[in-house]
Design a protein. Structure first.
Length: 171
């Protein structure tokens, strides 16, 4: 992305310099000004197109960043809930399919929040509990999402994901 930005700025700058150079030269030599004008307009137009392309890439990256931030917030929210309920940590396990555990489901529950904040509920989160005991366990939370335009591709790309691994123990 940085390379695309530098190329866009370079092409745009060349276009500006071409227009400025054209004005200086047109005073001196009127007969060649038509060709120089066309060249300056062409370079300037390419620069504008490069800036528009850069803006489109920027918007896509901002959208991806927003979803990644939401996923991190949701994963940390569930993790904090688990810390307050470490004695029942095994009740949070969810392989990503089947019946949603009561600790994750319910109206307004964590799973509903994931579905409301991230696109593509077809890729549910996965919560893995390792070494569960009354004192706690090691928890892996994988929040997954897929953008609508990615779902329409054939075959669809793998979903984006945010994974957090933590040790949750009572003491």
């Amino acid at each position: 992305m940085l390379l695309e930005a530098l190329i866009a700025i370079l092409i745009f700058s060349i276009g500006i310099l071409a227009v400025v150079g054209l004005q200086a030269v047109s005073i001196k030599n009127v007969t060649d000004s038509k060709h120089r004008t066309e060249a300056a307009i062409l370079i300037f137009s390419i620069g504008i197109l490069a800036v528009v392309g850069l803006q489109a890439v920027s918007i896509k990256n901002v959208t991806d960043s927003k979803h990644r931030t939401e996923a991190a917030l949701l994963a940390n929210k569930l993790l904090s809930q688990m810390w307050t309920d470490a004695g029942n940590i095994a009740l949070y396990a969810y392989p990503g399919s089947g019946v949603v555990p009561s600790r994750l489901g319910g109206p307004g529950g964590w799973m509903d929040q994931v579905n409301a904040r991230l696109p593509a509920a077809a890729t549910p989160p996965i919560v893995t509990i390792t070494g569960a005991s009354p004192a706690g366990a090691t928890v892996t939370i994988q929040v997954r999402w897929q953008l609508p335009e990615e779902q329409s591709r054939t075959p669809p790309p793998p979903p984006h994901n945010y994974t957090v691994v933590a040790s949750v123990y009572t003491s």
